[in-house]
Design a protein around this ligand. Structure first.
Ligand code: NAP
Length: 335
């Protein structure tokens, strides 16, 4: 089969290769992949900033395709079914454990830049009927994380959510938050991106370059109350302001590190406001299944910034990795 391997740290170490087609072992399904979608995780893996890589590896966690063959003992799937394999295929549900973090598609398990992949049947979720393969491929990491964020604060009409940027996680969080009836305040770096967020339903827009003290703006927009949920997708540069922007008893859902993993913070907002600072590591297959049901129920269409071909995989990484260029998801379609 045709595949692309990452042979060393560095996007220029992506190489087209011919590999033997994998076989579906007992309990596994062979998936003919049709599309892949990038996450910041993949950029971190490709640039050697995510621990655990052993080269060569087939990169890109997220993908979608069709069932091509069933291993022994597999029930509930048929050849031709449109499916999305989860990024953390050994985490079925319940609390996270070390073995779940050790098995990640696109890092320690084969990823989506290949014609075929064999995955546990139990890690598959049926692709929503209203989506195509590129859209389906965007779901595992970003939609699951955004779903867990929205659930962590039990968003409902009257709730306020603050979202940072217009990347993949933030825009799924925007779509889920609006489906929950919440008011959304979104901060981004340009008028063009803010306009896109408004089209998707964002209620209040802040340009964080023009208004670096965006936390104060959140307090002003909420009459001093603050946000019930801040989805912290950025990291070191914004964490302290996210704490300031949260309401009493609010949740700062901590997932991202695009601006770095270290933050200097004042503990008092956490203590005085009794904040919930909640960490998250994507989510289980059960979480993914719930997120996809919500996508199907609300006919949510993932926001795709750009689709690259397999031969342009390096350019896709560069486009996402540059930061500031994309809105939503960057995808790679198989031929
Ligand atoms: N722990 C988990 O469960 C989990 C799961 C998924 C993702 N993540 C992490 O979450 C982060 C976001 O992931 P992603 O895939 O959505 O990334 P992405 O698509 O690359 O989006 C990142 C966005 O961050 C925004 N940004 C950068 N600096 C900012 C700042 N100072 N203030 C506000 N926004 C800023 C930019 O938005 P604008 O261009 O609009 O300004 C950019 O588009 C990454 O670090 C990723 O690794 C973690």
């Amino acid at each position: 089969m045709k595949a692309i391997q990452l042979t060393a740290a560095g996007v220029d170490s992506l190489r087209p290769v011919d590999l033997p087609e994998p076989e579906a072992r007992r309990g596994e399904v062979l998936v003919r992949l049709r599309a892949a979608a990038l996450n910041y995780f993949d950029v971190a893996v490709a640039t050697g900033r995510f621990p655990g890589a052993r080269y060569p590896l087939i990169p890109v966690a997220d993908g979608a395709g069709e069932v091509a063959a069933l291993g022994d003992g597999v029930e509930g799937w048929a050849v031709g079914d449109k499916v999305v394999p989860h990024f953390m295929p050994h985490w079925m549900g319940g609390p996270i454990a070390p073995q779940h973090v050790a098995a990640l598609r696109g890092l320690t398990l084969p990823g989506s830049l290949a014609d075929y992949v064999a995955v546990p049947a139990a890690s598959l979720v049926a692709m929503p009927e209203h989506l195509d393969f590129v859209q389906g491929a965007t779901l595992p990491i970003a939609a699951t994380t955004a779903w867990n964020a929205v659930r962590s604060a039990s968003l409902r009409p009257g709730s306020v959510a603050v979202l940072l940027g217009t990347g993949g996680v933030s825009l799924f969080a925007l779509q889920f938050a609006k489906a929950s009836g919440a008011t959304v305040i979104l901060a981004s770096s340009s008028a063009r991106k803010l306009e896109r967020a408004q089209q998707l339903g964002a209620d209040h827009l802040i340009n964080y370059l023009d208004t670096p003290e965006w936390d104060r703006e959140v307090l002003s927009l909420t009459q001093g109350r603050g946000a019930d949920l801040v989805v912290e997708t950025v990291g070191g540069a914004t964490f302290a302001r996210s704490l300031n922007a949260a309401a009493m008893g609010g949740t700062v859902f901590t997932v991202g590190f695009v601006s770095g993993m270290a933050a200097s913070i004042d503990l008092m907002p956490i203590i005085v406001k009794a904040l919930h600072v909640v960490g998250n590591n994507t989510g289980s297959v059960a979480d993914f299944g719930e997120a996809v049901r919500a996508v199907a129920a609300h006919r949510i269409v993932p926001v795709i910034d750009r689709v690259f071909g397999m031969a342009e995989a390096g350019s896709a990484y560069d486009h996402l990795g540059a930061g500031g260029q994309h809105v939503g998801k960057v995808a790679i379609a198989h031929a």
